[in-house]
Design a protein around this ligand. Sequence first.
Ligand code: SF4
Ligand code: SF4
Length: 221
Amino acid sequence: MKIKEIYKMFDTIGCCTFATIDGDYPETRIAHFIAYDTDGLYFMTMTTKPFYKQLKETEKVSVCGLSASSNTNIDEHGNLLFEAGYSIRISGDVKEVSMNRIKEKNNPIFDYCIKDNHKYPAMVTFCIFNGRGEVFDYDFEKKFRDHKLERVRFTLGEAEPKKPNLILQKQECIGCGKCFSACSFNAIQKDENSYTIDSTRCDECGDCYLKCPTGAIKIRK
Ligand code: SF4
Ligand code: SF4
């Protein structure tokens, strides 16, 4: 995924949850990205806030947002129904970017940032320059396609993409097909008697893992 698409998906959501570590515990607050360029994704806070202190101390942040109705319904069989939507998240390394550097960029996308700093002088800008994340696009009721999930993993800078958490080891597979029958996400692919997990569709729900008689499906260590 290109950074423009990543930014657009966050920007469509607007306010997202930003998490940092405060000593022993994670701490969250609501904020939003204000710009992007080839260096990364930008957001702002104020030097007087704990958020600022935690960003400076740890130089790390994790951001998550949801673009969907948060309403749920119960169907006639008592099942919980979710409306289709997506969540997007990224965890990565941050650095503070000075206002002089922002101005040097001469990019109109930073106009808001410059204006806000003028209005609130304690306002500062941070950039996620390295990171990895994913889009979790779900349609659990399969209203718009024939499978529930499309998961897209992406990276920024030099980060390595996050690996899928479940692995199917072919040498331990006896081809019984129990994983195929158990998967309601249509994520187990069958090719003659060989089975694989399509990690873009896999929810990591564990149904196949629990059904496999040989332990061929493993949780990544
Ligand atoms: S973990 Fe769940 S979604 Fe993924 S392949 Fe197994 S049963 Fe399907
Ligand atoms: S349930 Fe296990 S042994 Fe059976 S096909 Fe799936 S991975 Fe292979």
